[in-house]
Design a protein around this ligand. Structure first.
Ligand SMILES: C[S@@+](CC[C@H](N)C(=O)[O-])C[C@H]1O[C@@H](n2cnc3c(N)ncnc32)[C@H](O)[C@@H]1O
Length: 397
């Protein structure tokens, strides 16, 4: 019986690959012996050797990717269940499928309405790493593309960044899960000119068919005005912008919170809002990390390095973002940090991604790890640490 359900699930996966209706799949609830292994994400990719199934094995803070031909990939999925995975989800444009090992009740396979109405990477006949079509109206209105639909020479780097960002967010949102029976809510803190906000909305809503509402929060009213008017011209009904400060703006319990290049401690304010709203996914690209610069000193035996301002600056950046990562982990998030675009395109390219794994409940003690790091570097206070130390977190969702 157990094997029959697994065979049916794998059969649905095979059919979706065959019919080109496959969107994504995840295999999770790992109970096997491999340390730190959490889940496996499956996506279809196009390689020189033809279409393949890519397995991304997620281990705590690192990923390992392996590609398989379709036939081998299907066998590998069966092997994952024998190796200790106890659940899986398959997203196709016809239906979603969920496979669950329920102890005495055996294995249950259920089917529900599809989350996706488009196939990722092919929704606009676009390659997977370039999901955004340069001819989209919003890109013209925001000055990224010409009226003919060509990316302007000066905007090539921005366009690359937009595509990369959207690809990363798509994966994170699927990993964390899309809510059932209501729209996915996303808050973009410090949305600026809205390039990334528009691209994310267009891709999720019009590329993948996900019911989504995105709210951009921005302190400069003229940018809110321009973005609001562009959203109306594009007919993007679920995309809105509001003038306000990150720390105190009105948010309707977002599922996903992003803060890209919100300067200095505005990133901490955004992370704090994300954590205290129990957001499933938080993504930040920090910049201008100045807060700790005055206090931070290299500890012994590195003290001679304190004579070099450049090193202190770089260390300030690392320690600031390191503390943010430690604090997010402390609040129950699985955190990764990587360069989301090559440094030749922008030096502000560190991305912190956080997916809520274990809600920490409503009384987290201050993080001992964060405080130890602060002591080591002579830091008396850091914005996110202070905010969290004085706050009671909401109940787990
Ligand atoms: C460097 S821009 C980045 C814009 C956009 N997120 C992007 O990556 O393209 C930062 C934006 O955040 C806004 N901002 C900075 N601090 C803010 C705060 N505390 N509250 C609201 N907006 C803020 C700025 O006005 C600016 O438009």
């Amino acid at each position: 019986m157990q094997e029959k359900k697994i065979t049916s699930f794998v059969g649905e996966l095979a059919a979706a690959l065959e019919n080109n209706t496959f969107a994504k799949a995840t295999v999770g609830n790992y109970k096997g012996p491999e340390e730190q292994l959490q889940k496996v994400l499956l996506r279809r990719i196009n390689t020189k050797r033809g279409d393949m199934l890519q397995f991304v094995f997620r281990y705590g803070n690192r990923d390992v990717a392996k590609n398989f031909g379709f036939a081998d990939g299907l066998l590998k999925v069966v092997a994952l269940f024998n190796d200790g995975f106890r659940s899986a989800r398959l997203f196709t444009v016809s239906a979603d499928f969920q496979l669950e090992f329920r102890g005495d009740k055996g294995v249950v396979l259920s089917r529900s309405k599809p989350t996706f109405s488009g196939v990722p990477g092919t929704g606009h006949d676009r390659p997977k790493d370039r999901p955004i079509d340069p001819d989209r109206k919003f890109l013209k209105l925001l000055g990224i593309s010409t009226a003919e639909g060509r990316v302007k020479d000066k905007q090539q780097a921005k366009f690359r960044q937009i595509n990369r960002f959207v690809t990363i967010l798509e994966d994170l949102i699927i990993e964390a899960g899309v809510p059932e029976g209501r729209p996915l809510r996303i808050a973009d803190m410090g949305s600026g000119k809205g390039y990334l906000t528009f691209a994310l909305y267009d891709h999720l809503k019009n590329g993948l068919g996900i019911d989504v509402r995105i709210l951009g929060i921005e302190e400069r009213p003229e940018l809110v005005e321009t973005c609001g008017s562009a959203a109306a011209k594009c007919g993007f009904e679920g995309l809105s912008f509001s003038a306000g400060r990150i720390a105190d703006s009105d948010l309707a319990a977002p599922d996903v919170l992003i803060a890209l290049h919100a300067c200095d401690t505005a990133t901490d304010d955004a992370l704090y809002r994300g954590i205290t709203s129990n957001c499933r996914v938080i993504v930040a690209a920090p910049c201008c990390q100045k807060e700790l610069r005055k206090e931070l000193r290299f500890p012994e035996p590195l003290e001679p390095l304190n004579d070099y301002g450049l090193l202190l600056e770089r260390e300030t950046e690392s320690i600031t973002d390191g503390l943010r990562a430690v604090l997010l982990e402390h609040c129950g998030y699985g955190v990764r940090m990587f360069e989301f675009i090559s440094p030749e395109h922008t030096p502000k390219n560190n991305l912190i991604t956080a997916v809520l794994n274990h809600p920490s409940g409503n009384t987290p003690a201050p993080s001992k790890e964060a405080r130890a790091i602060m002591r080591t570097f002579g830091i008396s206070s850091q914005r996110l640490e202070s905010l969290l130390s004085h706050h009671t977190l909401p109940d787990a969702p």
